[in-house]
Design a protein around this ligand. Sequence first.
Ligand code: KG4
Ligand code: ZN
Length: 338
Amino acid sequence: MACVLAIETSCDETSVAVVKDRHCCSNVVTSQIPVHRQYGGVVPEVASRSHLETINQAIAQSLAEAQLDWGAIDGIAATCAPGLVGSLLVGLTAAKTLAIVHQKPFIGVHHLEGHIYATYLSEPELEPPFLCLLVSGGHTSLIYVKDCGHYETLGETRDDAAGEAFDKVARLLKLSYPGGPVIDRLAKEGNPKAFPLPEGKVSRPNGGYHPYDSSFSGLKTAVLRLVQKLGQDESELPVPDIAASFQDTVARALTKRAIACARDYGLNTIAVGGGVAANSGLRKHLHEAAVEHNLRVLFPPLMYCTDNAAMIGCAAADHLNLGHISPLTLGVQSRLPL
Ligand code: KG4
Ligand code: ZN
């Protein structure tokens, strides 16, 4: 068994966790959302400064909540890619420093591998292979999970990520950041069939459509055109109906791709991760489709869906158990395929 202290600072959450294999002992998450809300999105320089201000306190708190000292820690991990470079650097440098000071192995973790491992925290008995639908502010991926460190990305977005689409549509409806939770709430009061919107299919060069890739920028533009058409007076816009129609279109598009992918590859479990996994429309459509196709869908608790260090620690513990450790020369990367 490996006990890992892990740090996640790839975007706007400063998080430190202590994880024993698939068991989370502590998971401290300090969100910067209130800081970034006034700008309508994440400001990279503000994010890295904010990580610097909170990281030491988060490390101390995480160890204290786990009721452990450094002697119990077998390895120190941090997200190394992808993400905001300045933000990643804060967490990675802190982890390397702790590894040197306490003479522990250091493990750099790919952020998306962390999201995949989030499901194990609430489903420790789960074993690969399974399909991971990862839907966050930065990613919309369908990943075939074969084993620790062995992943195949079968589908991606060609433009905006699902969460990014929620945030952009919320902005054009003059709703606050982050847009996903606000649209989700308003959609409950609206009619999802009020406005038919395009699902955003990705064409293949030799004809037909890519079955697993998605595209959300056309949908966003369609909402913009709809708002322009309807909105002589902003106060009269049917915002709940627009929110419900948009959410339903995204949820259907994601569900269709995930189910097709799982069936084509003979995978009977779909694990969903990322902030958009909180979406009630996606949950409803995916659950219904899973029942229809006799598949199992796992939605981890929200605290493990949004960015957190417990998922990074869980991935790192598996790597450590397999003897995979990273050199202290490992750097950060803003983009890195899984
Ligand atoms: O995974 P996450 O916390 O951070 C990234 O790695 O991006 O995801 C944040 C994204 C935001 O775009 C936010 O609008 C979206 O997740 N989100 C939601 C909901 N809650 C958060 N989108 C749709 N419905 C929700 N309930
Ligand atoms: Zn993430």
